[in-house]
Write a protein that binds this ligand. Structure first.
Ligand SMILES: CCCCCCC/C=C/C(=O)SCCNC(=O)CCNC(=O)[C@H](O)C(C)(C)COP(=O)(O)OP(=O)(O)OC[C@H]1O[C@@H](n2cnc3c(N)ncnc32)[C@H](O)[C@@H]1OP(=O)(O)O
Ligand SMILES: NC(=O)C1=CN([C@@H]2O[C@H](COP(=O)(O)OP(=O)(O)OC[C@H]3O[C@@H](n4cnc5c(N)ncnc54)[C@H](OP(=O)(O)O)[C@@H]3O)[C@@H](O)[C@H]2O)C=CC1
Length: 276
């Protein structure tokens, strides 16, 4: 249980905050008193989410239509937001991804993912970071990675490359900006069902494998579990944590690429036969 006013007084910009995990994280922040700016490309999606969160929590929720692939658009958005009040916390959550065989990707397909995840994250982070440093203000950046940032992922290679780059950014800027009171942290989620991720990455053919084989805890993550982790990491309670990425995956990472997942379903008889 968090203090009910844990994030009161914090103004938080959430990229990709209109849908899925960004929406869930934003909702939790609002419940704990933060004021929000939700950013994405689709104004109607942002407006609908903002109205829902504001209605349920009573906190102000602004929206900012912005394609983070454009550095100019990001600078203009952040400049406009700062004119009202500084942002205290940036959540780099916007992403694009799809399943594809890498040797068949076009240049534009590679760019679609890298420009959103790697470049977009860099543009947003620098736009906020430079204002924090110039204004002598502290700040916090939380980036949403994936497990693939740590261990790679076939068939989603541009995403894995981009998220690994964001992890490198997190570690590097933790050192470079630490003396300015700026913290950079990250979360690396395993599978958390969202319409966006499932549409892109979980065609029906993939939904047949038993969960216990791919996730030791035997279930997908719940949005509230990720939102609570993000809440702790951006709060002042985590004020001495920087440059770290926290994995939240039900133990999936520890199965390893070619781990013994089939053995998880062996019966006592099979084990007995082996022993004898
Ligand atoms: C298994 C359970 C989950 C485990 C966890 C996995 C970690 C999750 C990571 C995530 O990021 S989930 C988030 C998913 N959400 C989204 O992807 C939403 C945003 N996505 C998009 O906007 C699009 O999908 C996009 C393609 C990334 C970008 O859209 P945009 O409108 O800018 O591009 P397009 O003009 O449509 O396409 C550009 C370029 O890319 C080629 N392309 C698009 N899709 C595919 C595909 N599936 N396979 C191959 N190539 C693709 C497209 O053809 C264009 O190239 P050209 O044809 O012009 O050369
Ligand atoms: N769901 C999962 O299992 C996992 C998700 N993740 C990560 O969690 C985050 C959220 O994913 P999830 O909620 O599942 O998927 P969504 O598709 O719901 O979220 C992606 C969001 O990013 C926004 N977005 C995409 N491109 C741009 C852009 N160029 N400029 C601005 N906003 C953009 C989208 O809004 P719009 O289209 O309106 O621009 C959307 O709100 C991502 O970083 C993803 O990599 C990581 C591991 C697992």
């Amino acid at each position: 249980m968090f203090q009910p006013d844990l994030l009161r007084g914090k103004r938080i910009l959430v990229t990709g905050g209109g849908t899925g995990l960004g929406r869930a994280i934003s909702h939790r922040f609002a419940e704990l008193g933060a004021s929000l700016v939700l950013c994405g490309r689709r104004g109607e999606v942002l407006e609908s989410t903002a109205a829902a969160i504001a209605g349920e929590t009573g906190v102000p929720v602004e929206t900012a239509v912005c394609d983070v692939r454009s550095g100019e658009a990001v600078d203009a958005m952040v400049e406009r937001l700062w004119a009202t009040a500084p942002i205290d916390i940036l959540i780099n959550n916007a992403a694009g991804n799809f399943l594809a065989r890498t040797h068949l990707l076009s240049h534009r397909a590679v760019d679609a993912v890298l420009n959103t995840v790697l470049h977009g994250t860099a543009y947003c982070t620098i736009a906020c970071g430079k204002r924090w440093i110039e204004g002598g203000r502290p700040g916090t950046v939380l980036s949403v990675l994936t497990l693939s940032a740590l261990q790679g992922a076939p068939f989603t290679v541009p995403s894995a490359m981009a998220k690994a780059g964001v992890l490198a950014m997190t570690k590097s800027l933790a050192v470079e900006w630490g003396r300015h009171g700026i913290r950079l942290v990250a979360v690396a989620p395993g599978p958390f069902p969202t319409p966006g991720a499932w549409q892109q990455l979980m065609p029906e053919d993939r939904q047949t494998a038993p969960l216990a084989r791919s996730i030791p805890l035997g279930r997908y993550g719940e949005h509230a579990e990720l939102a609570n982790l993000c809440t702790f990491l951006v709060s002042d309670q985590a004020g001495y944590i920087t440059g770290e990425a926290v994995v939240i995956d039900g133990g999936k990472r520890h199965l390893g690429g070619a781990g013994p997942s089939d053995l998880l379903e062996w019966t006592d008889e099979q084990w007995g036969k082996l022993r004898s």
